[in-house]
Structures are given as C-alpha cells and as structure tokens.
Write a protein that binds this ligand. Structure first.
Ligand SMILES: Cc1cc2nc3c(=O)[nH]c(=O)nc-3n(C[C@H](O)[C@H](O)[C@H](O)COP(=O)(O)O)c2cc1C
Length: 371
C-alpha cells in the first residue's frame, strides 16, 4: 500500500505525518500518547496540571515535575515511537517543565500559548527538537529572528494553529469569527514563506505543520498540497477509547451540534473553545464563579478578575464533571458521532488522505515538494 510522505523533524521520522496535539489536563496522558506513537504518529503529553494534590509554590513545581516524568516514562514503557511534550509559555512553572522534559530526553517540545522566546536558552542542543506554535507569519518571524539572533538556533518545525482549534486560541475574541476570511491554508502559506526565507539564509529546513480544525483526509490532503509537511490533530482523538476523558464528557462531544460549540474568554487571557455546558453558559452570561486559585498555574491569570478557575474546570472535566468542568474541543467536534479505537481512526485518516491525493496527481507536481 502507498504511504503518505514522512514528516521529518530533526532526526525524527513521523509516519503518518500526524502529531497528536497535547490536551491538558490529562486528556493526552500515556494511554493515548503511546497508542498513537505505536501507530507511527507523534504522541504529545500535555504537561499542564499533572499534580496529584492541590498544592502551590514549590510543592506545585515539584509535583508537576514528578507527574510529567511519570507520564513520559509510562509512555516510553508502552511505545518506542516518537513522544514529546506540550508546554505552554503561560505556565508559571514553564522553565522547570522544559528542564524536566529535556532531562527525560523527550523527542520534542511543542510550545505555544505565548511566544516561546526563551525556549532555546533552556533547551537548545540537547537532542530535543524545539517546535513553537504560531498563529501568524508575524509570530513565526519574531520567533525565528529572535532565536537566530540571540541563540543561533531555529525551530526544528513550526506548528501553525488556526482559529478552528480546540483549547486556547492565539487570536483575539474579535478575530476568531473572521476565520472564514483567514483560512488555515492562508496562514500556513504565509508561515511557509517565512520558513523558506530562513532556510535560504541558514540552510536549515523548517517543516511547517498545520493545526486547528483538521478533521479528515480531505483536510489533510488539501494542506499537504500547499506545502505543509504534517498536521497536528487533537479533537478527533478525544473521541477514542484510549483517551482517558471520562465517558460522560466524551458523550457531550459525540452528541454536540454546531450550536454547542462555544468560545469563552479564558483566564489564560486568550479565547478558548469548548462544548457548551452549565459552566460555559454561566461564564458567557457574565457570572463570576468562586475562585480559590488552588495552584497558581498561570502567569497570565488574575484570580481577582477571572470569571472561573481554569485549572479547577479542566481537572473537573477530567474527573467527570460534565456540568462545571470545561470540556475544551475544536470547532469540528460537532462532526464527531462515535468513539473509535486509535488505530481505526488513524487508518481511516491515512486511507482518506491517500484517496484524496491520488485524485489530483497533476496538482501535486506543482506544490513545494511536500508530497
Ligand atoms: C481538550 C483540549 C485541550 C488542549 N490543551 C492544550 C494544551 O494544554 N496546550 C496547548 O498548547 N494546546 C492545547 N490544545 C490545542 C491542541 O493541542 C491542538 O493544537 C488543537 O486543538 C488542534 O485543533 P483540533 O482540536 O481541531 O484538531 C488543546 C485542545 C483541546 C481540544
């Protein structure tokens, strides 16, 4: 059987060229991460909130490091595939989590929710690939320029996350509804130009990976054709047996209609996309829920201003609270109608993508050589 082009990031070979997007809190822990890695995809552990107890300060830092170490080791025990970590810039314990991931020799670190300008200083030349998430050519340019000028280092890949993604979005609340005008393809094409410019100047190839609303093989083929070398997908993997999100929360996803997809103002300081439930309704109405700030997990959150505690809401979802838990999901979650095994989902995606690609062989020869 034909296979898709391999996504090469540094020395890593990812085939099929799909990365599991990190989903905190605990939706991308070792069962899902190892399952996708065993199918050739890259499996990303979300590093946020991997604590066993409610704790702050040094105890939070220590427990988070221990929790991340544990998830990395358990994933490695279950898979020899490509395994990395997602670490959000907005986290108070960002530096410590990066150091822990490097110490555990993860294959890559993906970093967004802010510009990861300090990442090379913490992790360059360690053997771990460094992959920023960007939402525009401007942010890609800022990162490349700063990393190159200050650290003589460039990203090993860049993930372009568009406005249809789940979780936090790198856009203002006003920009999100305009995603029809600025499609993921448009932004990817602009970021590819930035990557090519730095490749010409330095000789380093920076693969561009697309994320946000990538749903099926048609989407993947369309993106590969414009020169994207891989996709990052998250929401579809929430609806797999291997994902540890509780069944009642998965049911909200499977039952969701388009009208159930909501955008809220998150305490992270960015818009967030989630499934409509009691929490989303109350926050959208302008209600302020009681906050005790159990972890002090975000640099960007002011608990006196925030309308709810994002950590408590995400932990709540993972504990099965489908009313006051925050069930984050991408815009296309409403198109999911069943829970499936990881291997079945990946096989379907590969088959659909190959079918789409073979329909337009002529077009493929005109692309930037990604296919
Ligand atoms: C439940 C959920 C949690 C997420 N958590 C994180 C996170 O902790 N860090 C991060 O950078 N992105 C996070 N994301 C974004 C994903 O990694 C991914 O890039 C995005 O959702 C891709 O779009 P898709 O869900 O439409 O495939 C999350 C997404 C979801 C759905």
């Amino acid at each position: 059987m034909r296979s898709l082009p391999v996504l090469k990031i540094g020395n890593l070979e990812i085939n099929p060229p799909f990365i599991l997007g990190g989903m905190g809190v605990r939706s991308t822990d070792h069962p899902l991460v190892s399952a996708v890695a065993n199918c050739g995809m890259a499996g990303t552990i979300a590093s946020v909130g991997l604590v066993r107890n409610v704790c702050r300060g040094q105890a939070y830092v220590d427990e988070s490091n221990a929790g991340l170490t544990d998830e990395i080791r358990k994933s490695r025990e279950l898979s020899n595939g490509v395994i990395g970590v997602n670490i959000m810039v907005a986290l108070t314990n960002y530096d410590e989590l990066v150091k822990t991931a490097v110490k555990e020799k993860v294959d890559y670190i993906i970093s967004g929710a802010g510009l990861p300008l300090g990442l090379p200083a913490l992790a360059k030349d360690t053997g771990t690939c460094l992959i920023p998430i960007v939402s525009s050519a401007r942010s890609a340019e800022i990162i490349c320029k700063r990393w190159w000028n200050r650290d003589k280092c460039l990203p090993d890949a860049m993930i372009v996350e568009g406005a249809l993604a789940g979780g936090h979005l790198g856009f203002s609340l006003e920009e999100v509804p305009n995603w029809n005008e600025r499609t993921l393809e448009t932004v990817c094409a602009e970021v590819i130009k930035v990557a090519r410019k730095y490749e010409e100047e330095t000789g380093k190839h920076i693969p561009v990976v697309a994320a946000g609303g990538v749903f099926d093989g048609k989407d993947i083929a369309r993106l590969l054709k414009i020169g994207v070398e891989g996709v990052q997908m998250a929401t579809r993997f929430l609806a797999t047996y291997e994902c540890t999100l509780p069944a009642n929360c998965k049911k909200l996803i499977v039952d969701a209609t388009k009208e159930d997809m909501a955008i809220i103002k998150s305490p992270v300081g960015l818009p967030g996309r989630a499934i409509r439930n009691e929490l989303v309704e109350r926050v959208t109405r302008g209600e302020k829920l009681p906050i005790s700030c159990p972890y002090h997990c975000l640099r960007t959150c002011d608990p006196t201003e925030a309308s709810f505690c994002i950590a408590a809401a995400l932990v709540g979802a993972h504990d099965g609270d489908d009313k006051l838990g925050l069930i984050m999901a991408g815009h296309n979650a409403y198109r999911i109608h069943e829970i499936v095994p990881v291997r079945q989902l990946i096989d379907e995606l590969v088959t659909e993508t190959l079918a789409e690609l073979s329909k337009n062989t002529d077009d493929l020869t005109c692309t930037s050589g990604a296919v």
